[in-house]
Design a protein around this ligand. Structure first.
Ligand code: ATP
Ligand code: MG
Length: 459
């Protein structure tokens, strides 16, 4: 059991606290000043601190500050003497759990200690769960390409440098952004995410910068935008290549000046935001087309990170498959299924146009649909897209790029047919954004008769 640490310069107070608490079977350790108390904390696990407000040398408030810095989750209960109650109340605002006043009331003391220990246990449990969630967001892979990515992540994370993460859909761009945030000085602050492709062009400014009440029809209340929410923290501009030119101009200004203006507002608000951005587009191509600002590109891509498609780092597949099997089985309360070398081989050879996300979905389906405790390659064939069988796909000639596009088009067409051209469901099955699916359909001219209108509207 964890110790209760008493820090008080009065011998009689230490003695009586020790007596009461030890009688209740708590382990107690005493220190007669702040310095001594802090040394005890370094040495052994402590469950709660009882801390005198007024002491010679370092006073209670100062010690509280040091403890909060070192162990933000350790509950500290202030003990106030006559004349220091106000300070004790003040201390609760600085993060003290509660305060007790002298002369100490035995029952109040015991209730407070119990509550403090309970709270500490809860926050520990919360952190454990959080660590588990974060663990599932780890970037797995041992290929040279992934190790290079992890290496840059390690080096840029502690700085405030802006990072532009590029790569195809499902390669793990968001994972990289989160890893950077997690290893940064801002880790304790939020990771604020904006999906620029999912927000209609006319709303993106207000989403990013907020608006004042009444600034436009529908602005019924003031709204704080993502940039402001990310003050002191990290802002992740996902699918940044899909941002309108108008919004780009505003983002550029905010980055240049470190200040923003809410829509309909009339003052500049200073913000300290670290921006990470990601896109699956080739921004140089977009710049050439005039749909992305070159100056913004330079601002965003101080450190560029490219995440390679899965087919260029196939040696990561076994590791990823193993982790996904483990995760899916445990999430579904199943014993871990075995992957036969045959299945692994099949998985290792595929093209994976949807990259790691597609692999993960395939593994999940394999597990759910395979009878017994081993995974069955036949299941894999049963849900295979069959795209390679499409006439002319393999021997259509042309460059590798052209082949990939044909394969992608065939795959999407197949999925659209399977879902009766229902865009939402197809996008869900492919695990991509609706807007992204529309773009692809338009690019490949995938259109069901009479469906043109629909697709146009979504542009
Ligand atoms: N290296 C990896 N290790 C473990 N999981 C990964 C890895 N890369 C991707 N994933 C998983 O694949 C899925 C897709 O990853 P993520 O969302 O980061 O990709 P993305 O590049 O942002 O995709 P999109 O462009 O479609 O938004 C997630 O479930 C993620 O956890
Ligand atoms: Mg993403």
């Amino acid at each position: 059991m964890k110790t209760i640490l008493v820090i008080d310069d009065e011998q009689s107070v230490r003695d009586s606290l020790r007596m009461i608490l030890e009688y209740e079977k708590y382990a107690v350790d005493c220190a007669e000043n702040g310095e001594q108390g802090l040394t005890v904390l370094d040495r052994q696990p402590v469950g709660v601190v009882l801390l005198d407000v007024k002491m010679a040398g370092m006073d209670g408030i100062e010690v509280l500050g040091k403890i909060r810095q070192k162990m933000p989750n350790l509950p500290v209960v202030m003990i106030s003497g006559h004349g220091t109650i106000e300070t004790a109340v003040e201390a609760t605002k600085l993060g003290a759990f509660d305060f007790l006043s002298k002369p100490l009331d035995r029952d109040k003391l015991l209730v407070t200690v119990r509550n403090a220990l309970q709270q500490a246990a809860l926050s520990e449990e919360f952190q454990r769960l959080q660590a588990r969630v974060e663990g599932q967001r780890r970037i797995l892979g041992n290929s040279r390409k992934i190790r290079e990515v992890l290496d840059i992540v390690d080096r840029v994370a502690p700085t405030d440098a802006r990072v532009l993460i590029t790569g195809e859909n499902g390669t793990g761009k968001e994972l990289v952004a989160r890893a950077i945030h997690r290893a940064s000085k801002r880790a304790a602050r939020p990771f604020i995410e904006v999906n620029c492709a999912a927000i209609p062009a006319d709303l993106i400014e207000s989403e990013l910068f907020g608006h004042e009440k009444g600034s436009f029809t529908g602005a019924v209340a003031q709204r704080i935008g993502k940039f402001e929410q990310a003050d002191g923290a990290t802002l992740f501009l996902d699918e940044v290549g899909d941002m309108s030119l108008q919004a780009q101009a505003k983002v550029l200004r905010a980055l240049e000046e470190g200040k923003l203006e809410r829509v309909g507002g009339n003052r500049l608000i200073p913000v300290d935001v670290r921006v990470l951005a990601a896109t699956n587009k080739d921004l140089n191509e977009e710049i050439a087309k005039g749909s992305f600002r070159k100056d913004l590109y330079h601002r965003l891509s101080v450190i560029p990170i490219h995440v390679a498609p899965l087919r260029e780092r196939r040696d990561d597949i076994p590791l990823l498959v193993d982790a996904f099997v483990e995760e899916v089985c445990s999430r579904n309360g199943m014993a871990k299924k075995t992957i036969t070398p045959e299945v692994l081989e099949t998985l290792g050879c595929r093209e994976w146009p949807g990259n790691v996300r597609e692999l993960r979905n395939a593994v999940e389906r394999l597990i759910i649909l395979s009878p017994g405790t081993t995974m069955d390659a036949r299941v894999l064939d049963a849900f295979s897209s069959g795209s390679t069988e499409d006439a002319g796909l393999l021997d259509g000639g042309g460059t590798f790029q052209e082949f990939k596009e044909r394969a992608e088009a065939a795959y999407i067409r197949r999925q659209l047919e399977l879902h009766r051209w229902n865009i939402s469901r197809t996008a869900e099955a492919l695990d991509i954004q609706r807007s992204h699916l529309y773009t692809k359909m338009k690019r490949y001219g995938l259109m069901k008769e009479g469906a043109e209108e629909d697709a146009d509207r979504a542009e």
